[in-house]
Design a protein around this ligand. Sequence first.
Ligand code: CA
Length: 235
Amino acid sequence: MVEDELPMRRTLDIGLRARGYDVDVAASGEEALDMVRRQHPDVVILDLGLPGIDGVRVAQGLRTWSNVPIIVLSARGAEAVKVAALDSGADDYVTKPFGMGELLARIRAALRRSDTGGGPTMVTTEHFTIDLAAQRVVNQQGEVRLSPTQWHLVEVLARHQGQLVTQQQLLAEIWGPGYENAAHYLRVFMAQIRQKLEPSPARPRYFHTEPGRGYRLQVDEAESPPGSPGVDSSP
Ligand code: CA
């Protein structure tokens, strides 16, 4: 947990410990970056308003080497800052003031998303391969670094390769109940994914938007390399 204000830090520390979480507390961005490197937490709760290195830059710093789920805490109305935080690699945000119940639910959801799982399946395209068993995407340059949320979105679309996955399905699967109207999350994360995987992000070849309906991962079978079917579900 990264929070510079003492009362909030105490409240969160006590609240999380009471639910059985093991909590390490950092009071600045510098301390947070150092602590994550040493402690390898399962999830980072990151206040955006910090002295020195602010929360957005902490998220950017973590994302250069870590896939740890990041939940940011932000002041009400700071819409641009929230978007900047999501663009920097944060996975979710909670607006202050919030209830402990809400934060706990977001933590559980973040932990579920970063959980390993999935069968031995591959989706192979001319530009990248999604390995659902290894939980990674590889392109010509090597492994593509995805945040847990970006990966989860890719994973859900890959499991339904060729099919339309509705916005409601994706929001429920990835963020859980209460996010039915959060289509802007999908737009933000889909843009990030296209940036990383599409040969021409502005003209998506694989990750298609069906306006007002949902998204589809379309792999043109004819363009898959020989011997690499679009989906291989054999062991
Ligand atoms: Ca603060």
